[in-house]
Design a protein around this ligand. Structure first.
Ligand code: HEM
Ligand code: HEM
Length: 197
């Protein structure tokens, strides 16, 4: 069967978004594990004590945060890449080179197609909300908000990690299933874009 190809800019959008989302997830993973401020503070307190240096828990946390800071800068660098990919997708939708995810779902025929486009829509919505809440919290000072009054925005941002992980997993499982049960080679088409027979 002749398949329509994924256009170059469409593929660029897809991989830019996937790359930035994986990058953002990696920074969160590091923040929760090796560079967790409480664990780093505990190591600092323990090791410095062997040299006869004592640190209060506030001092240890301050140093641990300073160690983590250059890594966490990458959360914002990947956020910029994600922002660029969203701008590209909006451009593609405006020029009719890509469809609105909701429209794709409404036009989908058959259970499988509905499930696939449904996951795509949920993925896009979650990423859009993560970007809006993240950017709002990042610029809270410039927008004239106190940290305490907009703390709930950070909580929403943090909570959205869970649906994101779920939808990314469903997406990748769906893609692998499609790849293994059809001869459509969607992954290679999403990479090189060529039409395949
Ligand atoms: C966090 C990472 C990812 C995100 C956010 C993401 C997002 C998306 C979205 C929103 C679509 C629907 C595009 C549209 O038709 O409007 C899509 C399609 C697709 N994605 Fe991903 N994706 C990710 C990772 C991956 C990975 C790792 C693979 C390959 C293993 C992949 C392969 C594909 C393929 C082949 C399609 C086309 C599906 C089709 O139309 O049948 N994606 N992706
Ligand atoms: C895939 C997308 C993203 C995911 C999964 C994600 C995840 C997270 C998580 C889990 C946290 C909480 C970390 C913690 O306190 O332990 C966080 C914090 C934060 N994120 Fe994101 N994020 C994403 C995108 C963004 C974007 C696009 C921005 C925009 C600038 C952003 C800005 C922030 C900010 C400002 C914080 C608060 C850092 C702090 O002061 O503690 N995030 N993010």
């Amino acid at each position: 069967m002749q398949r329509t190809k994924f256009a170059t800019l469409f593929r660029l959008w897809h991989w830019l978004m996937a790359f930035s989302v994986f990058g953002l997830l990696f920074t969160v993973l590091l923040r929760e594990t090796f560079l967790n401020k409480k664990e780093v503070a505990a190591i600092l307190t323990e090791k410095l004590a062997t040299f006869g240096v004592t640190l209060s828990s506030e001092q240890a946390i301050t140093v641990a945060k300073a160690i983590r800071a250059p890594m966490w800068e990458w959360h914002y660098i990947f956020a910029i890449v994600l922002g660029l990919s969203i701008a590209l997708r909006i451009y593609l939708m405006a020029t009719k080179e890509a469809q609105m995810p909701l429209l794709k779902l409404l036009q989908a025929e058959g259970m499988q197609e509905k499930m696939k486009t449904g996951v795509h829509l949920l993925l896009c919505l979650t990423i859009a909300l993560l970007t809006l809440t993240g950017a709002f919290y990042y610029f809270k000072g410039a927008l004239g908000f106190e940290k305490e009054t907009v703390h709930w925005v950070k909580e929403v941002h943090e909570f959205l990690l869970q649906p994101l992980l779920l939808f990314v997993t469903l997406h990748i499982v769906g893609v692998i299933r499609h790849e293994m049960t059809t001869k459509e080679a969607i992954v290679s088409r999403m990479i090189h874009g060529d039409e395949v027979q």
